[in-house]
Write a protein that binds this ligand. Sequence first.
Ligand SMILES: [Zn+2]
Length: 425
Amino acid sequence: MNKRAVIIGIDGVPFRLMDELSQQGVMPYFGELRETGAFTQMTSSIPEVSSVSWSSIITGKNPGEHSVYGFTELFPSTYTLSFPNSKRLKASPFWQKQGEFCIINVPSTYPASSLNGVLVSGFISPDLERAVYPSNLLEVLNEFNYTVDIDTKKARKFPMILFKELFEALESRVAFSHYLWERIKWDVFMVVFTGSDRLGHFLWDAYEDESHKYRGQFLQFFSRIDEALREFGEKLNPDDALIILSDHGMEQTQYNLNVNCILEEAGFLRSEKDPRKGYNNIQEGSRAFALDPGRIYINKKGKYPRGYVEPGEEEAVISELCYTLKSLEINGQKAISCIHENPQIYHGPYTEAGPDLVLMPARGVNLKGGILSGAPLDRDILPGKHTQEDAFVFVRGDCTPVESPTVENVVPILTECLGWYNESS
Ligand SMILES: [Zn+2]
């Protein structure tokens, strides 16, 4: 049994990148580490969105139990978009167990709620004031020039600004983490680096293309993450467990596919195009609509203001949707690799709040929600997009290796390492 556990998250990094960079000497410390534990591919949540995946990682539950299905939802009985925060999470994160915890930068934990220890929320955190518990640490965060996220609008346009901000955010996060490591007592210490996801979205081509102008800086960022792993790794006691993981993978984007546009063309959706109205553009007679990235909801009578589908007709609409979307081809290639129905993938008390169908895209296809898109395809892409099957996890601890782990296995692994079984809390 381990006395303490350290969890280091590297957002949006595929198994393949960790595997290659640790073998090529860009991440030499991870190269040493992987020989001392189990390093495997890990399956992300469905959909493979950070808020969903991290919610499963910290609770050990599926979305039907924790109720987080994406960064966006609709307010009940409306078509008005909401952006759920940590209050949406219906299952307890592992830090509600008995023990002392230091939790830094886990996505979707804003506003920070109380715990026995310290919590600094990750993205999306609209302000730092409510992103920290206890609040007296705010001053220290400011002394470290701590930022939750980079300015993505500027960074998207100017790679040099992107790198400058990524490195600055990483340095302040690492420095602040060491500050807490030394000063507070903890049983589980968790920190997540999220710059890797931003870098992947904006410059994944710099990873794939060896002659890319920014390849050097791209690799340098991961080499700095490797140094950070070393700085934490070398502070560990021999009886500490170490878990390093990502929440989803990343690959090159080929094109964006606007799902609502496809639904509209296939006759499932009728909408106006008033930019002020968002999903309130949905018109009478609509049978289905999509939220990001490929979550499809049947427009049920009684559930939505202009609900159209009667209870007895739902199955038929689902079959028709599956048939239409599975056969969808773009330039002679299938756009959707498979379609999951809600009961096949979700279980628990909150499955009703989930989508009726979740589309899994073919390689390189970036599914998008939103109701105003003009055309089914758009090439205004970011180079990198999420993947579901190839997150990664490295575990060195007193636990049985898990074959083909998913994000829901992380809490059970932690539980076994720390011998939490017999607790009532
Ligand atoms: Zn991302």
